[in-house]
Write a new protein. Structure first.
Length: 302
C-alpha cells in the first residue's frame, strides 16, 4: 500500500467518524516536503563537490539542466509550473526553461543586491554527508532556502486540492459497504470526464434503482463554502455528501429538493441510511462499531 493510499484511508476514517480530516493532509505535506528536502540537500552536496566553478554557475548547471523534468527546472529556479502557466498562458517545456532562466537571473540579482545592503549578516549553510562537508555562502544559501519554500508552497497547493478528491470515490464506497448496498445499486465507474455533457465535468458517484440514476456530489469542504450550492445547481445533483455544511447550505439543499449529508454532524454518516430508505435502495441499517469495522472494510477496498 502506498503512502497516498494510507492517507486516503485515514481521511475516510476521520470523516465518517465525524472528525476533522485536515491533519492527514498536513501530515502528508510534511512527509513529502521533508523527503524532498533531504534529497535536495544530497543533490546540492554532490553538485557542489563536483563543481569546478567558484560562481553560482554550479547551481544553474546542476539544477536547471534542460534534460531535467520541467517541474524540477521550474521549482529549482524558484517558480512552479502553475505560476508559469498563469504568466505565459502555457507551461510547455520550452516556455518553462525560458521562464525559469529569466526568473533565476532576477532572483539572483535581488539576492546579490540584498547581500550588498546587509553586509553585517553572515550565513553559511553546511551540508555534511559521509564525512564530507560542503559550505554554501549567503547567496547560495538564500537560493536554496527560496527553492525549499517554493516547493512546500507547490506541495501545499497541489495536495490540498487533490487529497480530498482522491478520497471521494472511496468515501462513497465505504458508506455503501457499511450499509450493505448491493453492487448493482450503485456505480463508481464514472470517475471520468463526461464528454457527453455540454460542460465537461467530472462525474462523481451514482446510486441506482429501477433504471433511475441518482447523482451524488461529494465535497470535502469548509463550513459555509458557497461551492456546495453552486455544484448542486450546476449538475442537478440528487445527493450532496459533505464534510461540513452550514445551516444556510442545508437550507439551500432543502429548497432545491436535494438530499444532504453533513458528515461532521454527530453521527452524520447515519443520514445515508435515511437517504437510501427514501430512494428505496436496498440496504441494511448499520448499527455496528466503526472502530472495529472501518479498518477491515478499508483494507478490503484497498
Amino acid at each position: 500500500m502506498t503512502l497516498a493510499d494510507q492517507i486516503v484511508k485515514n481521511i475516510i476514517t476521520r470523516v465518517i467518524k465525524s472528525q476533522d480530516y485536515r491533519i492527514e493532509i498536513v501530515n502528508l505535506i510534511n512527509a513529502e516536503f521533508l523527503q524532498f528536502a533531504v534529497e535536495f540537500f544530497k543533490k546540492i552536496a554532490y553538485a557542489k563537490l563536483d563543481s569546478k566553478e567558484i560562481t553560482i554557475e554550479w547551481y544553474r548547471k546542476a539544477f536547471m539542466d534542460e534534460a531535467l523534468p520541467s517541474d524540477d527546472i521550474a521549482i529549482n529556479s524558484g517558480l512552479n509550473k502553475k505560476t508559469i502557466s498563469n504568466m505565459y498562458g502555457s507551461a510547455t517545456k520550452t516556455i518553462v526553461i525560458e521562464a525559469a532562466n529569466e526568473h533565476f537571473e532576477s532572483l539572483y540579482s535581488s539576492i546579490q543586491a540584498l547581500v550588498e545592503m546587509e553586509k553585517e549578516i553572515e550565513l553559511t549553510l553546511t551540508i555534511k554527508m559521509k564525512g564530507v562537508s560542503v559550505d554554501l555562502n549567503v547567496s547560495e544559501s538564500l537560493i536554496v532556502i527560496n527553492t525549499l519554500a517554493v516547493k512546500r508552497a507547490a506541495l501545499r497547493g497541489g495536495l490540498w486540492s487533490t487529497a480530498g478528491k482522491s478520497a471521494e470515490k472511496y468515501l462513497m464506497l465505504t458508506l455503501c459497504k457499511l450499509y450493505q448496498v448491493p453492487e448493482t445499486y450503485y456505480d463508481a465507474s464514472h470517475f471520468v470526464k463526461d464528454k457527453g455533457k455540454k460542460v465537461d465535468r467530472e462525474i462523481d458517484f451514482y446510486l441506482l434503482n429501477n433504471g433511475k440514476e441518482y447523482l451524488c456530489e461529494i465535497k470535502l469542504m469548509g463550513k459555509g463554502n458557497p461551492e456546495s450550492a453552486d455544484a448542486i445547481i450546476a449538475r442537478n445533483s440528487d445527493v450532496l455528501v459533505a464534510d461540513t455544511l452550514s445551516q444556510q447550505n442545508k437550507n439551500q439543499c432543502d429548497q432545491l429538493g436535494v438530499n444532504w449529508i453533513a458528515l461532521r454532524d454527530k453521527n452524520g454518516y447515519k443520514k445515508f441510511g435515511e437517504i437510501l430508505q427514501k430512494l428505496d435502495i436496498p440496504h441494511t441499517i448499520y448499527n455496528g462499531d466503526l472502530q472495529k469495522d472501518l479498518p477491515k472494510l478499508l483494507d478490503k477496498l484497498f
